[in-house]
Design a protein around this ligand. Structure first.
Ligand code: FES
Length: 241
């Protein structure tokens, strides 16, 4: 505990925790050994609250809210699982997956992908939503980094890492017709846009969107396993992946 930090008592799923006042509930839960699914959140980055995976209910308050943007207050009683939370969480995941290719087993991030972990934990119903093909051309001409926007779930971690953490400000949200994507101004290659190749975006990317060029592709045997049906990755739910 840092000097001068004011501690408060909260409960998460009935478990009592002493936490710093104002700390976000998702980090309180994870630090206390309670798993809440999450995707856009990263402990080193400012909270965004966009993916809606971490939603919870607070006793005495209306509505369901993201726990990554919810600040701890004295006496707060938080519930992380209920039929309504699970219904909304599944819907949010299905919307993400509707814009994500289904070829996980050939992705270099196969077996080490946070989206796969969520699929296993939440178990979305498949086929309810129409798939949307983004049709981006992966950038493979940069040194060190491959940038494949087809696999992006717009969690914004790379943008926050590039802007807030490193102050480089190369990666930004961009628009192509109705599609939002992450890229450089005027669509320049990273190497032409003052990217320092520090690797922060690679570190925080939860999927195979921004990745190390040296990462190995999945094997043919792995490719034979349809990820959504029977993904063997992650038998345990890690606290921070
Ligand atoms: Fe909280 Fe994405 S992790 S909304």
């Amino acid at each position: 505990m840092a000097w001068g930090m004011h501690m408060v008592t909260i409960t998460i799923d009935g478990i009592r925790l002493e936490v710093p006042e104002g700390k976000n509930i998702l980090d309180c839960a994870l630090d206390g050994g309670i798993y809440i699914p999450h995707l856009c959140h990263h402990k080193d980055l400012s909270p965004l609250g966009s993916c809606r995976m971490c939603i919870v209910e607070v006793e005495g308050r209306d509505g369901i809210v993201p726990s990554c943007t919810l600040k701890a207050e004295e006496g707060m009683a938080v519930t992380t699982r209920s039929p309504e939370i699970e219904r909304l969480r599944m819907l949010a995941l299905e919307l993400l997956l509707a814009g994500h290719p289904e070829d996980c087993s050939t992705c270099p991030k196969y077996g080490n992908c946070e989206l796969q972990t969520l699929i296993q934990y939440i178990g979305p119903k498949t086929g309810r939503l129409k798939m949307r093909v983004k049709g981006f051309k992966p950038q493979e001409n940069n040194p060190l980094i491959v940038h494949d926007m087809n696999r992006c779930v717009l969690c914004g971690r790379c943008v926050r890492a590039c802007n807030e953490l490193r102050g480089v400000k190369v990666l930004q949200y961009q628009k192509k017709e109705l599609e939002t994507f992450v890229g450089t101004l005027h669509g320049r290659l990273l190497m032409d846009a003052d990217c320092r190749f520090c690797g922060a975006c690679v570190e925080v990317c939860p999927t195979g969107t921004i990745r190390d060029k040296m990462e190995q592709r999945g094997t043919k045997e792995e490719a034979a396993v349809p990820c959504r049906a029977a993904c063997p990755a992650h038998t345990e739910i890690p606290r921070y992946i």
